[in-house]
Design a protein around this ligand. Structure first.
Ligand SMILES: *Cc1c(COP(=O)(O)O)cnc(C)c1O
Length: 372
């Protein structure tokens, strides 16, 4: 059966912006400047304002934003970074690419995010940072992580790739840590027409270090002061993202409306996932849990409804971690993480989803659990 209601629909999502994208392209063509120009400066200041941080640094991708942030903080060989294994592998890959050791702590079953208690228990003298991942746009109690990090004198980094526009007690995620990183990959809530990412921070030194690292380590005098990367966000993507940032809150309002309707209408067998009290999610994904996950996905597929299986394997059981790691992954060392990888399914929640399509999805989920 053809997919009639896909999980993502990047054609429909971008259609409304087409005229503004063409205008942005014309502007960049007329400027003749494709790197490190006005479009980037404009987008960076709008993003910093949106996040309530002093600085935003536009980068090539969300993965680079993590790698450059870790580098800029001097984290590398011999250092441990506590994080979750229930994430897109890039979070873990970034820690490993700078030569540090990811240390996994288990998640909370309701939020699917790192458990503050498990995180506190994982701190050792070698811990340099805690990397939170606000999975699906939700967060755990972020103030507890702030005090855990303050007490142990370790950095808090937010991988906010999925959580642009989510808040904790009214304050945007990404602004709580030393740095927050975003991805503007085409399926993310604020998406470019290709790869792009950013880091936000209110630490001026860190922002300067990130700007230097994204541009071959060049300092203000034009000298190559350290080894860097070629990782700036290009002008076209910055111009496209400025268009979409202006519409982001309206799109998030639609996602939240759809989420509230799922919350109210889905049957009880579809166990809800939500942020901790105080979190207002951007609903990058709408996740439910069931021990009949694979059968539900197959049933919905037969009705032409696309779903997501985030994440099919926890990061600590991926070959790239097991091979590179000095620690052998232990069977069931992260029971909640491993259970989530077997139970979580995500339903379509993009802004372009119509009320009627959502009703079709809800009805299908109801029929599945009713066995008809
Ligand atoms: C998408 C994503 C990334 C990577 O972002 P890219 O822009 O694709 O490099 C990192 N972490 C998480 C949690 C993500 O979802």
């Amino acid at each position: 059966m053809a997919i009639r209601i896909p999980l993502y629909d990047t054609v429909t999502e971008n259609r409304q912006f087409a005229a503004d994208f063409h205008a942005a392209l014309d502007r960049v063509l007329a400027s003749g400047r494709f790197a490190l120009g006005n479009e980037l400066v404009t987008f960076e200041s709008a993003l910093a304002q949106y996040c309530g941080t002093a600085h935003a640094v536009g980068l090539k991708s969300g993965t680079d934003a993590l790698i450059l942030t870790l580098k800029a903080l001097g984290i590398g060989a011999g250092d441990e970074v506590i994080t979750t294994a229930f994430t897109f592998f890039a979070s873990v890959e970034a820690i490993m690419q700078v030569g540090a050791q990811p240390v996994f702590a288990d998640i909370e079953p309701e939020t699917l995010c790192l458990s503050p208690d498990a995180c506190a228990a994982a701190i050792t003298p070698a811990t340099r940072a805690v990397m939170l991942v606000h999975v699906f746009g939700h967060c755990a109690n972020i103030e507890r992580f702030q005090s855990i990090c303050d007490d142990s004198n370790v950095r808090l980094i937010e991988d906010a790739a999925q959580s642009v526009g989510s808040t904790w007690n009214g304050r945007p995620l990404g602004s709580f840590g030393t740095a927050g990183t975003f991805s503007f990959y085409p399926t993310k809530n604020l998406s470019a027409l290709g790869d792009a990412g950013a880091a936000v921070t209110s630490d001026e030194k860190l922002a300067d270090a990130l700007r230097q690292l994204r541009s071959h380590g060049r300092d203000a005098m034009g000298r190559h002061a350290c080894l860097g990367y070629n990782s700036h966000m290009d002008e076209l993507q910055a111009a496209f993202l400025s268009v979409k940032l202006g519409r982001l809150d309206a799109e998030l309002a639609r996602r939240r409306e759809l989420a509230a309707r799922y919350d109210a209408a889905l049957p009880p067998e579809a166990k809800r996932v939500h942020g901790a009290d105080g979190c207002v999610s951007n609903y990058h994904q709408y996740a439910i849990r069931t021990d009949r996950r694979d059968a539900l996905r197959q049933f919905l597929l037969e009705q032409g409804i696309g779903t997501g299986d985030y994440y099919p394997a926890p990061a600590h059981l991926e070959p790239a971690f097991a091979e590179a790691s000095s620690r052998k992954p232990q069977a069931s060392s992260l029971p909640e993480t491993e259970r989530a990888c077997k139970e979580v399914v995500t339903l379509p929640i993009r802004p372009s989803l119509t009320d009627e399509q959502q009703k079709t999805i809800v009805d299908a989920v109801r029929r599945f659990f009713a066995g008809v």
